[in-house]
Design a protein around this ligand. Structure first.
Ligand code: PMV
Length: 345
């Protein structure tokens, strides 16, 4: 029985200008462009096995089996991988008739960050599966990018290091909807500090949230048309000229607008909790003292990612740990996470 196996390590990414809303839910085509930083120290190490024969696909994350019947996106990725494999076989077969052989997949993934904490873990996970399948099937980069995207939209941004621009594209088949690395030189002095404020409350998943916002928010259209394109340009300019102040202003404004759009949804979606707000206030105070030196950003959950320059990381961490405003439980969790800082590639 033929069995191919590959192990890859893929980092998570944090969006600086957020993706929120799909124009095609099947192909996962976004309504707007987005831009992210790849956080190279937070990774999903993933083994992908492609096994010949009839069997059940399985996915294990940090020792726990994922229930695939309620997580259809894995099946979508595996089906697409087998479609690409069949296509390749047909092309290489001179008479055009290929005998179809069944295959199934086993995925075993370990992350070095908490997956339940809503820290864009699916991005690293699906990007790792896509990269593994790319290696096993010799796919080109655009095919791998698409595989990652149909697993979890933001995953396509984890296929590159540094600053990554995911272009929404215009075409219906999604062929021009791709993530590309932007800005040749990285900014190695940028650190991401992750603070886990998970309050255990059930949050609205990103697919459901995006659908609801798209159907009910009147702010969303304004954001897509008039705000996002300008912000993408501003991030690129600030990053390439290493202007931290300008970069930070756009990051915080976009995080705030994303959460405003969520509140403008019916029924409204609230992802931030009291601890998230304490952190926002702390960053504002920190920035008042000696100029803008820290930028917060929040995805679809209460946990914060704070971007600072290396020179300010320690002082910022000390300021957080000294803060008495964060409820005791959250402070404990935050303290654990803050023992280290993570640097994007
Ligand atoms: O890729 P998804 O379905 O997990 O959606 C990600 C949405 C945000 O994290 C809120 C924003 C983003 O651009 O990553």
């Amino acid at each position: 029985m033929e069995q191919n196996e590959v192990t890859v390590q893929v980092p998570m990414n944090i969006a600086l200008v957020k993706y929120w809303g799909k124009r095609d839910e099947q192909l996962i085509l976004p309504l707007n462009d987005s831009i992210s930083l790849t956080v190279d120290k937070l990774t999903a190490e993933t083994t992908v096995r492609m096994i010949e024969g009839v069997g059940k696909n399985t996915v294990e994350i940090n020792g726990k089996n994922v229930e695939l019947s309620s997580n259809k996106r894995y099946q979508t990725v595996f089906d697409e991988a087998l479609r690409l494999q069949r296509k390749r076989k047909e092309l290489s077969d001179s008479n055009g008739n290929s005998t179809s052989i069944s295959h199934y997949f086993q995925v075993i993934s370990t992350t070095n960050f908490p997956v339940a904490a809503g820290l864009a873990s699916s991005a690293a996970g699906f990007a790792a599966i896509a990269l593994g399948i790319q290696r096993l099937l010799n796919l080109d980069d655009s095919q791998a990018n698409r595989l990652a995207r149909i697993g979890s939209g933001s995953a396509c941004r984890s296929m590159f290091g540094g600053l990554v621009h995911w272009k929404k594209g215009e075409k219906e088949d999604g062929s021009d909807c791709v993530a590309v690395k932007t800005c040749d030189s990285n900014w190695p002095d940028l650190y991401c500090i992750i603070l886990v404020f998970n309050d255990g409350r059930k949050k609205v998943g990103s697919s459901e949230g995006m659908r609801r916002t798209r159907e009910t928010s009147t702010l969303l259209q304004h954001r897509i048309e008039s705000i996002v394109p300008q912000r993408i340009d501003e991030i690129k300019k600030a990053y390439s000229s290493r202007n931290f102040e300008n970069l930070a202003k756009v990051i915080m404004a976009d995080s705030n607008q994303f959460h405003a759009v969520c509140l403008d949804t019916s029924p409204p979606i609230r992802y931030l909790n009291d601890a998230s707000w304490h952190l926002i206030e702390l960053v504002e105070k920190f920035n008042e003292e000696q100029g803008i030196r820290a930028a917060y950003t929040f995805d679809a959950g209460p946990n914060a990612c704070v971007i600072v320059q290396k020179k300010d990381a320690k002082q910022f961490i000390d300021a957080v740990l000294k803060t008495i405003d964060i409820p005791e439980d959250d402070l404990k969790l935050a303290g654990e996470e803050l023992s280290e800082t993570f640097r994007p590639s």
